[in-house]
Design a protein around this ligand. Structure first.
Ligand code: ATP
Length: 361
């Protein structure tokens, strides 16, 4: 993927519904072949932005280009995309084959060619030979595969996915998201998926567009967004995080509880002495210490509560160096045994100050 090869450009797009501003000045460039997720809480404007790209909603201002073509005011049929909605939106009275063929029939392609293409698409989405069935005879996951085949039928330049997995149960959802990811890689089609599920977005996206209240808070790879959140909102919305109130004490140095913590260069350290700040730290960003070991940022405390998350757990610790600020530390199940992480047990650890992010309070 060439980072300079912009396929979709959005410039200064905004959208008002009456007096309500749903999107404010959106600038975004999406590369050819990229898988981008619009991620954000309910009502942040991600579906509205997707619908504007599709021409299903008209922006109040700003412009859009797809593959160099100004599409700002083109009606949907004149744009080049396939779309999948949360609700499958299949025609219940048409067979699966006719549903998939819908866009091809509209383009008046020869019947034999359409038939071959439909079978090819059904194979592509893992449903070979199901063309004669009706939507009601298929599960939710299967119907969504059909919707995907229909969206890809005309080989569009852009695939738009509006929360395509949120109506499915957890196991089917993970399965289908992996398949969509593999399919996108195979076809190389530029793809935008709207989701409010951070795990889903982190697992499939080349880049995330994190939105809140109608603005883009950060655009970056999943790793960048997770490791270097640009704003407190992003730090809190993507992944778990500890928020530690602190007071700035000169360059990159902060008083936090009874500790003096120094954060790494570039993590946001230029605060005036005495300024209230909030330090953000992921639960896995800790080092365990042996009982007698010497460490400048040593913390000790009792495990108050353990939250199991499957393959790992979060231990809430009341540390003496952080009075009144419970801190969550993450452990794999093997590490729980290794460090004797049990409710009521003491732990000795240090926070990884090289991973601290600092924001004004
Ligand atoms: P969700 O995940 O709940 O779908 P979203 O991030 O996709 O949320 P949008 O559907 O884009 O959010 O809506 C953004 C805001 O615009 C919301 O506050 C919504 O109520 C408002 N909105 C969307 N469509 C309309 C409309 N046609 N008329 C008035 N307000 C609207």
């Amino acid at each position: 993927m060439d980072p300079n090869d912009t396929y979709l450009r959005i410039e200064g797009v905004h959208k008002r519904f009456g007096a309500f501003s749903a999107l404010e000045h959106i600038d975004l460039a999406i590369r050819r072949g990229e898988f981008v997720c619009f991620l954000g809480p309910s009502g942040c404007g991600k579906t509205t932005l997707l619908r504007i790209i599709a021409g299903l909603e008209v922006q109040t201002g700003g412009r859009l280009w797809q593959d160099g073509r100004d599409i700002s005011l083109l009606p949907p049929p004149q744009r080049d995309y396939g779309i999948v909605f949360q609700s499958y939106a299949l025609f219940p009275n048409l067979t699966i084959a006719d549903n998939v063929a819908y866009g091809l029939v509209n383009r008046r392609q020869p019947r034999a060619q359409i038939k071959a293409r439909v079978e090819e698409l059904l194979k592509l989405v893992g449903l070979p030979g199901s063309g004669g069935k009706y939507p009601a005879q298929m599960s939710g996951g299967q119907q969504q595969r059909v919707a995907l085949a229909r969206a890809l039928a005309t080989s569009p330049g852009l695939l738009l996915l509006d929360e395509p997995l949120s109506a499915l149960d957890a196991i089917v959802r993970v399965h289908l998201r992996n398949e969509i990811h593999a399919l996108q890689r195979e076809l190389g089609v530029t793809t935008i998926m709207v989701t409010h599920d951070q795990e889903e977005a982190l697992s499939v996206a080349d880049r995330l567009v994190v939105m809140n209240h109608g603005v883009i808070e950060q655009v970056g790879t999943p790793m960048e967004v997770y490791r270097e959140p640009a704003t407190p909102f992003v730090a809190g919305f993507v992944g778990k995080v500890n928020r530690l109130p602190a007071v700035a004490e000169g360059h990159r140095s902060f008083a936090c509880g009874t500790m003096k913590l120094r954060c790494a260069d570039g993590q946001g350290g230029d605060y005036r002495t005495g300024q209230d700040v909030m330090l953000y730290l992921r639960p896995e960003d800790r080092v365990m210490l042996n009982a007698g070991a010497d460490h400048p940022d040593r913390c000790s405390g009792r495990v108050k509560r353990i939250e199991f998350l499957g393959g790992n757990c979060l231990a809430e610790v009341d540390a003496e160096c952080l009075p009144g600020i419970p801190v969550q530390l993450q452990f794999s199940l093997n590490q729980m045994d290794e460090f004797n992480v049990r409710e009521g047990h003491r732990l000795d650890f240090a926070l990884r100050t090289d991973r601290l992010r600092v924001f004004p309070k």
